[in-house]
Design a protein. Structure first.
Length: 557
């Protein structure tokens, strides 16, 4: 039990020489009594742009109530956030991954600058989730993360809808398969209120990761955004951070190699987003945990796919919550011997202890029993080959083909590929290649949901493959290889591909190749010239100069 509960904040609150600091605090309403208590930062990623983070002001208020009830003084501050669902398919989507670094940087700066004793981070969407965990790892002060929760599904004609359905409806409309009125009806009903996208897309995948890392209390993140229990979870998070401070329990004790392997297993077992590879590599780096891209394939291969969740399955996050929660997945992995049960969590208990006490709803169909998995191996596959020497990521959570051989249709930016799909220029068996969309080349490594959903909506999801040095949304499904590295902007082999070249996907043998001789491939690469940067000033240019390969998590350094 720590005796000094103000190990950091006393340098700006205590003693005669800190009178100017106290005067500034008092100007905004803090009292001498407030300043005598531990100072707890509450990092809020609230924005009113989009539903994912829209409700986080309410949760922050509850977190602060919990901090005060447990004897601390909360101080709330904000970060940036980019809504992927809104910016998807546009130039603005390049800002999304960049924001992950900025979120981590801003939390680190505010926490260091104000000498917080402890920290609660509230996140709600794709990049805020890994961003807050990266900040907690860097700061290594007592702290935890709380996810805002998932949106309720929309309903239309007795069918549950998510944002995935809207993107796919755009493709269907572009090919004349639905009317403008039908598209409008889907648009108007798919997102009924606040909360993050409802399938096991990137936001919910990273929520799962946060719980399995132990940096969020198991069972807290999966509570949907707009149910009363979420307020209770937020209040309890505020109380819990004070316990972390009293016991001086820090992220470095929680974010271990075992915790990271638990998180990878959870992503594999739930058919989670390929973005988890990128974000876990980044989190591991901040936590000082050695992790390589090949580790994802190794862990996924031994982990059964158990959760029947969108985009590859039938159910949404709210269904999982009613079935018993993400902690039910932890129980299955524990029973299978696939969970490092002794890994510590922010509750002070091991994750295995929490997993043992889970209540499963009788008759639920969301999480399969170990005796009847959806697949005997997990959803993440790492391919290498002459097109991806450093690796690329494929999700095989649904019923994707295990092989594909077809002619390349090459595009140097996402918009051109999308227009080709809409014009009906992509045919069955084609391999769509989208390059110069990597971390450096984009810059910012855009997600390709607009293109992949348009392919599905056009009826080509089962016959066309796609590869890119960019990323995919967690809502993407089909035979899609992302994070191809080295990227085109760094002279990777993807830069040498030409229209008509034969591309081969071989999932079983973990290969992605173009059928060219080594001599021809090298000859083309020798002729390649570095393209002019798309941004020559500002944050995008700075990011492009600092960012690492996707195979290393696309971190800045």
């Amino acid at each position: 039990m720590a005796e000094n509960l103000k190990p950091r904040s006393r340098v700006i609150t205590d003693g005669p020489d800190r009178a100017p600091s106290r005067a500034m605090f008092k100007a905004v309403g803090f009292t001498d009594e407030d300043l005598s208590r531990p100072i707890v930062g509450v990092a809020n990623t609230w924005i009113e742009i989009g539903p994912c983070n829209f409700h986080l002001r309410q949760l922050a208020a509850k977190v602060k109530e919990g901090v005060r009830a447990a004897g601390g003084t909360p101080m709330e501050f904000n970060t940036v956030s980019i809504s992927d669902g809104i910016s998807m398919g546009a130039e603005g989507m390049k800002c999304s991954l960049v924001s992950r670094e900025l979120i981590a940087d801003s939390i680190e700066l505010v926490a260091r600058g104000n000498h917080f004793d402890a920290l609660v981070c509230i996140s709600g969407c794709d990049k805020t989730n890994p961003g807050v965990v990266m900040a907690l790892a860097r700061l290594n002060i007592p702290g935890l993360a709380l996810y805002g929760g998932s949106i309720a599904p929309g309903h239309l004609a007795a069918r549950d809808l998510t944002i995935q359905d809207v993107f796919e409806a755009v493709g269907a409309y572009g090919r004349g398969k639905i009317s403008a009125e039908q598209l409008k009806a889907i648009e108007d009903t798919a997102c009924p209120g606040a909360g993050a996208c409802g399938g096991q897309f990137t936001a919910n995948t990273m929520s799962t990761v946060m719980e399995f890392l132990g940096i969020s209390p198991l069972g807290s993140n999966g509570i949907p955004a707009m149910v009363n229990e979420k307020d209770e979870a937020a209040f309890n998070a505020g109380k819990l951070v004070m316990e972390l401070l009293r016991h001086d329990l820090r992220p470095s004790q929680i974010l271990t190699r075992e915790a990271v392997e638990n998180a990878i297993a959870a992503v594999a077992a739930t058919g989670g987003s390929t973005n988890a590879v990128l974000h876990l590599l980044a989190i591991a780096r901040e936590a000082g945990v050695e992790l390589k891209i090949d580790d994802f394939d190794r862990i996924s291969t031994r982990t059964p796919l158990l959760a029947d969740l969108k985009p590859g399955g039938r159910f949404v996050a709210n269904d999982l919550y009613r079935a018993g929660g993400i902690q039910l997945v932890a129980k299955r992995l524990f029973e299978a011997g696939l969970l490092h049960a002794d890994a510590l969590t922010v509750t002070g208990k091991a994750i295995g202890e929490a997993a043992r006490s889970v209540n499963e709803t009788p008759g639920q169909e969301v999480v399969r029993p170990l005796s009847n998995p959806l697949k005997t191996t997990g959803g993440l596959v790492i391919l290498k080959g002459n097109l991806a020497p450093e690796g690329c990521v494929v999700k095989v959570a649904g019923h994707e083909r295990m092989t594909h051989r077809g002619p390349a249709r090459v595009f140097d930016r996402e918009e051109d590929a999308f227009q080709a799909v809409q014009r009906g220029e992509i045919k069955a068996n084609d391999v769509v290649v989208i390059r110069y969309e990597g971390p450096k080349g984009g810059p910012g490594m855009r997600e390709m949901l607009a293109v992949t959903a348009a392919l599905v909506g056009a009826g080509l999801g089962d016959t066309v493959a796609l590869l890119t040095d960019g990323r995919f949304s967690g809502a993407t499904h089909g035979l899609m290889a992302g994070h191809v590295a080295p990227e085109a902007a760094n002279g990777g082999p993807i830069a040498a591909v030409r229209d008509g070249d034969t591309i081969v996907f071989d999932i079983k043998n973990r290969r992605l190749d173009v059928e060219l001789s080594e001599e021809e491939l090298n000859s083309r690469l020798r002729q390649w010239k570095t393209p002019k940067p798309r941004y020559e000033s500002g944050v995008m240019a700075k990011y492009a100069k600092l960012v690492s390969s996707a195979s290393e998590g696309a971190v800045t350094r």
